[in-house]
Design a protein around this ligand. Structure first.
Ligand SMILES: NC(=O)c1ccc[n+]([C@@H]2O[C@H](COP(=O)([O-])OP(=O)(O)OC[C@H]3O[C@@H](n4cnc5c(N)ncnc54)[C@H](O)[C@@H]3O)[C@@H](O)[C@H]2O)c1
Length: 251
């Protein structure tokens, strides 16, 4: 198994895309820390119930102290940290909103989690990666950053920032053997999306029509790309963004 002996944190890993990633990395032999604002312990228990190695840590990625404690939990329980998957993000709870009606508060809420939260997790993990002799960061961005989707300008901007930050960190951390890449999903029927009928009604149909592979996209469609960037086959790849969307946008 390609992740045998590795220790991985997956933020926002309690459900949806994050849980699918956590499960896949654990199935490949990684010991996994699920970090989430809610449901982390229950989701980790679902993995240990399948004979996989996982712990859950309750964390709000916008809280610097809690993020530091999540990294400490990984090191104290499993002895090291090798992989950070920055998946926690605000998307599925958003209400499509015209640009002129977005408020500063809307912007701050999205940027706080999707950009500053990701920054805090990268910063906290970097110390652990130095102690381990290197590491991998995989940031979950989004195809919207390339397509410029309407009615969520703050979200689109936040995911553009994730791609830019991926490049900046790849440059800065490469000399320390920390490789930083990003996966950009298309519209994915995650737990959160399924729970937002307005979003599903507005986006599912057009997304399906816009793909060359004519079917809905699920969290499991993404996990191989994340495992690739986290694993031994991607040892000379950094600063890249891989679009996984069934052929909607060619990057
Ligand atoms: N679903 C899609 O269509 C889609 C497409 C492109 C990118 N993405 C991105 O993928 C990621 C996961 O999306 P999803 O659809 O699985 O979402 P989801 O809503 O199903 O799950 C998100 C998880 O993140 C957690 N979370 C949110 N804020 C947090 C915080 N401050 N601290 C810790 N945990 C927090 C939630 O509790 C939840 O468990 C997000 O970054 C999203 O922007 C999703």
């Amino acid at each position: 198994m390609s992740m045998e002996g590795q220790v991985a944190i997956v933020t926002g890993g309690a459900q949806g895309i994050g849980f699918a990633i956590a499960a896949h990395l654990a199935e490949k032999g990684a010991r996994v820390v699920i970090g989430d604002r809610r449901g982390a312990a229950e989701s980790a228990a679902a993995l240990t119930g399948r004979g996989l190695e996982a712990i859950g840590v309750q964390v709000d990625v916008t809280d610097e102290q809690q993020v530091a404690e999540m990294v400490q939990a990984a090191e104290s329980r499993f002895g090291r940290l090798d992989v950070l998957v920055n998946n926690a993000g605000i998307y599925s709870t958003l209400t499509p909103t015209p640009f002129e009606q977005l408020t500063v508060q809307d912007w701050r809420q999205v940027l706080d989690v999707n950009v500053i939260g990701l920054f805090l997790c990268c910063q906290a993990a970097t110390g652990a990666f130095r102690r381990a002799g290197g590491g991998r960061i995989v940031n979950i961005s989004s195809g919207v950053a390339f397509k410029g989707n309407p009615l969520m300008a703050h979200y689109v901007a936040s995911k553009g920032a994730v791609i830019s930050l991926t490049r900046a960190l790849a440059t800065e951390l490469g000399p320390h053997n920390v490789l930083v890449n990003s996966v950009a999903p298309g519209f994915t029927l995650s737990d959160g999306v399924d729970a937002n009928p307005t979003l599903v009604a507005g986006v599912k149909g057009p997304s399906l029509k816009g793909r060359v592979l004519p079917r809905d996209m699920y969290p499991e469609d993404l996990v191989g790309a994340v495992a690739f960037f986290a694993g031994p086959d991607a040892g000379f790849i950094t600063g890249q963004t891989l679009v996984v969307d069934g052929g909607a946008y060619y990057h």
